[in-house]
Design a protein around this ligand. Sequence first.
Ligand code: FES
Length: 118
Amino acid sequence: MSVNIKLIKGDETLDISVAEGISIMELKHEKQCEKFLDDCYECSCEGSLACSTCHVILDEKSYAKLENASDDENDMLDLAWGLTKTSRLGCQIKLIKELDGIEIKIPSKTRNDASGSK
Ligand code: FES
């Protein structure tokens, strides 16, 4: 089973289909979108909830299907640049079939406390 997703960065979009079950963070390593994400999506702690560089903004319909963020995720989201009401951390979101058609916007900036703002 695959999941159709739309990635958005600035004015650019990329429509792809990926295997069900990978996280949004893991899209960085998907051949079909690694180039698209290379210069804009960092995920510097590789999913250990120690940064906010995997911050993404989701479409409202998909956001509503997700379980609530944990306290640890919310703590990190508070540090994210450009937080919105549909913001989540990409390392915490698995692309399950219920999210088919999800739109994932990559914020134009990140805040990385380890290396300063980017
Ligand atoms: S990659 Fe650092 S919290 Fe998601």
